[in-house]
Design a binder for this molecule. Structure first.
Ligand code: LMR
Length: 396
């Protein structure tokens, strides 16, 4: 009996599929503004110098390849927890990290935890959000709902967001992008976060922060603002933290799910569930990326070197944002695209339509997502004028 003949094909992943289409394009002038990967002035995604040094140390000193435990590397967990939460001792006592394969693994573990231990809770996502949020939580068996985030004018719509959050059933889970909102690049201001916190508290919602770009928005500390505001004010918070972008460890799948509970007993119970759920997902997490991160964060010199490299990446993106808006000036488009310079992190919701995006790809081999999301970190400073010319042509 042949069973596979009846298997239906599904469409490729909107982001990874575009990455593959781009790789297959023979045009030497092609430009990849699709997948969220940082690129330097040469269009490369280099291994950070701090990572190289840490890896060398590991090669010299690593003494075993035996499994790590279900929660992963404890040093990694402690170091990344401090990176996210800061040094508040009382808070650290009720926090624990479970290492996961990337931030996506952390999101899936959170999804399984909610489905298993908090049955009946819906998860509320921003509209729009990272497309994998939609499919991942549905795959975990959760019912997914949405709160508005961006209005028809392609601008952040905080009043609409707050109005919907005010209607969310008591106890539901709300996913919040801690910084560098993916896909829009629009972040909430501190006063907006305080309003969201008030609603989350009064409706007893469980906040789940996706922190995938710490250090890419306004800086390492600044990007943790919302997470720290909520964790200091609330008894229970979940945070997924990714080291893909800020340590450039994309393919090493390095991240963690951070649980903040109201007391050590509750924390231990939740962590026991997470270890059990993770055992059914990936058994124990991969070690290499986490060992690299733990090595860097524990060493003053490596840490300083890493922070400098991270800040360099962040500033390059800010410069590119302003450069693109300036390059659009001769076409009378700098005002209409001024939001590109105001957004934060890797991504910009440009406001380009799917049709305009298709033309950019067909006519100039410029690749971005059909939603109009562009990876600003993929821009080339030398080619901003050419890109502005292409954009001007398709929006006319
Ligand atoms: C993106 O949104 O492009 C990145 O987060 C990479 C991914 O896994 O989709």
């Amino acid at each position: 009996m042949k069973q596979f003949d009846a298997v239906a094909r599904v469409p490729g992943d909107p982001i990874l599929g575009l990455m593959e289409t781009f790789r297959a394009d023979p045009n030497p002038a092609k430009l990849d503004l699709g997948v969220g990967v940082y690129r330097d002035a040469f269009g490369l995604t280099p291994v950070l110098a701090a990572v190289k040094q840490a890896e060398q140390r590991l090669v010299d000193q690593e003494s075993t390849k035996a499994y790590v435990g279900g929660h992963g590397d404890a040093d990694f967990g402690k170091q990344v927890t401090r990176l996210v939460l800061g040094d508040d001792a009382a808070l650290l006592q009720r926090a624990g990290m479970t290492q996961t394969p990337g931030g996506t693994g952390a999101l899936r573990l959170a999804g399984d935890f909610i489905a298993t231990c908090l049955p009946g809770r819906r998860i509320w996502l921003s509209d729009p959000t990272w497309p994998i949020h939609e499919t991942l939580f549905a795959a975990a068996g959760l019912s997914v709902a949405h709160y508005p985030y961006v209005g028809a004018d392609n601008r952040l719509d905080v009043p609409a967001m707050l109005a919907t959050l005010n209607e969310v059933p008591i106890g539901d889970v709300v996913l919040l992008h801690a910084c560098c909102h993916n896909p829009t690049g629009f972040d909430l201001a501190p006063e907006d976060w305080r309003q969201v916190l008030d609603i989350v508290r009064s409706r007893e919602l469980l906040p789940l922060f996706d922190l995938a770009y710490q250090g890419f928005g306004d800086g390492l500390e600044q990007d943790a603002y919302a997470v720290r505001l909520f964790t200091e004010a609330l008894p229970e918070v979940l945070v997924t933290s990714s080291c893909s972008k800020n340590f450039g460890l994309y393919r090493e799948r390095t991240g963690g799910l951070l649980v903040i509970a109201s007391n050590p007993d509750a924390l231990a119970a939740v962590r026991s569930q997470l270890a059990s759920l993770a055992r059914n997902l990936w058994s124990t997490p991969p070690n290499h990326g986490a060992a690299v991160v733990a090595t860097i964060l524990a060493d003053e010199h490596l840490r300083a070197c890493w922070q400098e490299e991270l800040e360099g990446m962040r500033q390059r993106i800010v410069t590119l944002r302003h450069g693109l808006v300036k390059a659009l000036e001769p076409y009378g488009l700098s005002e209409g695209f001024a939001h590109i310079a105001e957004q934060r992190g890797m991504f910009s919701y440009t406001g380009l339509t799917a049709e305009q995006v298709r033309r950019l790809r067909a006519e100039d081999a410029v690749y971005l997502l059909e939603t109009g999301r562009a990876n600003v970190a993929g821009l080339d400073a030398e080619r901003l004028d050419a890109l502005a010319r292409s954009i001007a042509r398709v929006v006319r």
